[in-house]
Design a protein around this ligand. Structure first.
Ligand SMILES: [Zn+2]
Length: 282
């Protein structure tokens, strides 16, 4: 002892066990959180790098949205999206290959993460497959943006000025005075539109703000973002889908045109018949 009384900090070994506990239950975010805490206390603590690699790969392999199941191989490989740097991709692969190899990595699901990594490598290391995959991913990302655009037409985001919870509401409530759904707050406030938070921010409940400390930040599972449910939005996006409406109008127009043409033809036939009958009578 050097005479100074140091407050005993959390033991990285305990933090790592907590991290593993969450990994076993596939709570990758919580697993990462405790592993990162252990890493902060002792950057070289045995096992931290290994468990983080497993959690990172499996978290990246989770489907990004409810509509697509295409894995993001770039995120799994931890390189920039659409990266053309084959050298960097190879370096990253060999690095993760060493860490995730189940013969060294004894954490739960290391084998699954290892297989996922090899799948990513299988696509990204093959120029033909990579181009095909890039095209598909680009299309899906455009589609997501499109959906978000339609979502913005239907809904908007606002923030409670008393508890700082962030809500998504149908657009009909814009500038309306609503009661805050947060039970601890329940104050009435006017819904003013704010920028749409990014998907990651909403999912992880990331809330960075200088000047005040939002209540409840101590709790690890606290998330102040309250989006509308997917069913609610999908129902509206599909009902208002202008494509379907456009097709319906087009079909109706075609049918009207065909009916008019048939009527004209029948008129002509009738006129011809009438003139023949008249001729015969004459
Ligand atoms: Zn509130």
């Amino acid at each position: 002892m050097d005479g100074r009384t140091r407050k005993p900090g959390p033991d990285p070994g305990v933090l790592l066990r907590v991290s593993e506990h969450f990994l076993l239950r596939r709570h990758y975010e919580d697993c990462r959180k405790y592993a990162l805490q252990a890493q902060q206390i002792n950057p070289n603590f045995t096992g931290v790098t290994e468990i983080l690699a497993v959690a990172d790969v499996l978290l990246a392999a989770k489907p990004r949205t409810s509509t697509t199941t295409l894995p993001d191989w770039y995120e799994i490989m931890q390189v920039d999206r659409f990266s053309q740097n084959a050298y960097q991709i190879r370096q990253k692969f060999y690095y993760l290959y060493g860490i995730l190899n189940p013969s060294n990595n004894k954490f739960p699901f290391a084998d699954e993460a290892f297989d996922t990594l090899r799948d990513a490598w299988f696509v990204l290391s093959n120029p033909v497959k990579k181009v095909e995959y890039d095209d598909l991913l680009k299309k899906l990302l455009d589609n997501d943006e499109n959906l978000n655009g339609k979502r913005d037409d239907f809904a908007f985001w606002t923030v409670c000025p008393y508890c700082y919870y962030v809500y998504e509401y149908p657009r009909v409530y814009l500038e309306c005075c609503l009661r805050c759904p947060n039970e601890k707050c329940s104050k009435a406030f006017t819904c003013v539109e704010i920028d749409r938070p990014s998907v990651e921010v909403i999912k992880e409940g990331r809330y960075i703000c200088t000047g005040f400390l939002p209540v409840g930040l101590q709790n690890g599972n606290w998330n102040p973002y309250v989006p509308l449910s997917n069913e609610q939005v999908n129902a509206n996006v599909n009902v208002n889908g202008s494509d379907d409406a456009g097709k319906f109008v087009e079909m109706m127009m075609m049918m009207m045109m065909m009916m008019m043409m048939m009527m004209m033809m029948m008129t002509v036939v009738l006129m011809v018949l009438r003139s023949r009958v008249i001729n015969r009578l004459m």
